[in-house]
Ligand binder design. Structure first.
Ligand code: NAP
Length: 242
């Protein structure tokens, strides 16, 4: 199944949810995939086993991006075992829903450290290592274009990710590395609270909650040769919600 042209991919936060679907899809496209998790090692091991059962190659590594400030060891471990990275998907993130009037510095840190700082550090290590035809992909949210009460902190942490994408695309263009983000709408993972699950199909022209695979397919395109002329973009994948 492995295709030597497909190369090696790192997907952060892939023990479940969207990251898991991305890891499985990239492996199906022939990539050797390193996936990270924060605490759910057994679920990450199960994703590795799923990929291997389908004939792919994968490894799982623990990495808490709220704590880790130097990602060089993580990237070294991946490249030593699987080879030179071509694709890096900074997917790990967490959600904070709180009215701004109640927000504290702890809430700020919870949103910005994992989502923004984690993405920044993943992007900068990728920027130092990737070669020509590399692909760097971040994850934003529909909430940056369809604001909601109580989602300000989370949306702000993702709006910052969008700006990192736009600047990095310009920094790495001369090396023919593309940098983009996908902005999902509500997607069927543990991250989405019950009320949002109920309202999402009503707000979405396509009439349902997104599936992790809906997002993984877009990321697979951005990771492929076919997306070579797309860089610095935020691709909306939200069933038409916004
Ligand atoms: N689901 C949605 O509706 C939606 C919409 C828009 C954007 N997004 C974005 O899509 C990405 C994936 O979300 P999801 O819905 O798949 O989430 P999820 O199901 O909650 O999974 C989150 C993943 O990230 C890992 N993770 C969480 N905090 C981390 C940290 N501090 N350091 C390292 N890894 C961490 C988790 O590891 P463990 O399993 O070990 O905890 C898990 O693998 C996130 O960036 C999210 O903001 C999601």
């Amino acid at each position: 199944m492995e295709n030597s042209h497909a190369g090696v991919a790192l997907v952060t936060g892939a023990s479940r949810g969207i990251g898991r679907a991305v890891a499985r899809r990239l492996a199906r496209d022939g990539m050797a995939v390193a996936l990270t998790y924060r605490v759910r090692g057994e679920e990450a091991a199960a994703v590795v086993a799923e990929i291997e059962r389908e004939g792919g190659r994968a490894m799982a590594l623990q990495a808490d991006l709220s704590v880790l400030t130097d990602l060089s060891g993580l990237f070294d471990a991946v490249e030593e075992r699987l080879g030179r990275l071509r694709v890096v998907v900074a997917n790990a993130g967490n959600v904070v829903f709180k009215p701004i009037a109640e927000a504290t510095h702890v809430d700020f840190e919870q949103a910005f450290i994992a989502n923004t700082r984690g993405t920044l550090l993943t992007f900068s290590e990728a920027a130092r290592r990737l070669g020509e035809d590399g692909r760097i992909i971040g994850i934003s949210t529909v909430l940056t274009i369809a604001p909601k009460a109580n989602a300000g902190l989370y949306a702000a942490s993702k709006a910052a990710v969008e700006q990192l994408v736009k600047a990095l695309a310009r920094e790495l263009g001369p090396r023919r590395i593309t940098v983009n983000a996908v902005a999902p709408g509500p997607t069927d993972t543990e991250m989405v609270p019950p009320a949002r699950r109920e309202e999402a199909p009503k707000l979405t022209p396509l009439g349902r909650l997104g599936k992790p695979e809906d997002i993984a397919d877009v990321i697979a395109f951005l990771a492929s040769e076919e997306s070579r002329w797309i860089t610095g973009q935020i691709i909306n994948a939200n069933g038409g919600l916004a």
